[in-house]
Design a protein around this ligand. Structure first.
Ligand code: ZN
Length: 294
């Protein structure tokens, strides 16, 4: 019998589950997409989906978080503190009915997907930054998650203020003292009083302020993980002109501290958009499962 594996990506608005052969994680044989309602509802539908496929050996889970990944912790495998109603304390193992599974953060899953089949193919050390309803960072070392027992929480790093920005910020923990509070999608929308897709006459100013903060984040990710390439994705990065502005801001931020030969000086190849769009997470979860399937 052909061994099967499954990938589950839990996102803020939707959950995607897919099944593939263990020796061909790139070829999805069945898939469902369901809205992220309550853990009970999502769990019953994911379990029913997995139940239709006999012989699923291992499930890779890419989960929004924060998620406790420490096997010695009593809260292992659960979502810790999230503003998403009903999900604080939810146990991800319950989604897969006790099948063998491996959990990573959603953005680490996206990094694994891009590494398997997208913009990070052939890049051993890399990172994925997502700017959406929150700010997340995943890092891969030698193509594997930077740590098996914790994931980075760089959305909350402190920021130097843009000189013209007095916005209060939206982080529930830090207000305007962290990158998520100042630069995630909801911060952009609230600062400018309109959706990120409709910035209109404030576009240039919005791009300048956003790039100021994201340049600092890229510099921090660069210093911490020394990636050869960084993917930057998420809804807010679709703002016209933002990618080039962040590339320039990150070079200004790093100011040559890593030498002129460092990959961060190669603007077009160091900081790149995702190749897989919002498919990266589930593809990464499938490859994660394949890597762990006996
Ligand atoms: Zn924060």
């Amino acid at each position: 019998m052909t061994h099967l594996i499954a990938g589950v990506e839990t996102g803020g608005t939707k959950v995607v589950a897919a099944v593939a052969r263990a020796d061909e994680p790139g070829r999805i044989v069945d898939e469902i997409e369901i809205p992220t309602t309550t853990p009970d509802e999502v769990g019953s539908r994911v379990r029913a989906f997995l139940g239709r496929h006999a012989g699923v050996q291992h499930v890779g889970i890419a989960a929004f978080g924060p998620v406790d990944l420490d096997p010695d912790s009593p809260a292992y495998g659960s979502v810790t503190s999230t503003p998403k109603p009903g999900w604080s304390g939810a146990r991800l193992a319950d989604l897969v009915d006790g099948r063998p599974h491996t959990i990573v953060s959603d953005v680490t899953g996206a990094a694994l997907g891009e590494h398997a089949r997208g913009a990070l193919v052939g890049i051993p050390d890399s990172a994925y930054i997502t700017i959406g309803t929150g700010v997340g960072v995943g890092a891969l070392v030698d193509g594997r998650p930077f740590s098996d027992t914790a994931h980075p929480e760089l959305g909350h790093i402190a920021m130097r203020r843009h000189p013209d920005d007095d916005f209060d910020g939206v982080c529930p923990f830090h207000g305007g003292d962290c990158v998520e509070g100042l630069a995630a999608g909801p911060a952009i929308a609230e600062r400018w009083g309109r959706p990120t897709r409709e910035l209109g006459d404030v576009l240039d100013r919005a791009v300048a302020v956003e790039a100021w903060y994201l340049g600092q984040l890229v510099a921090t990710v660069t210093y911490a993980y020394r990636p050869q390439r960084i993917v930057i994705g998420g809804g807010a990065t679709k703002i016209p002109g933002l990618l080039d502005a962040v590339r320039e801001a990150s070079v200004r931020e790093i100011r040559g501290a890593l030498g002129v030969g460092h990959p961060s000086n190669q603007l077009d190849t160091y900081l790149v958009p995702p190749a897989l769009g919002d498919r990266a997470g589930v593809i990464g979860a499938l490859h994660l499962a394949a890597a762990h399937a006996g």
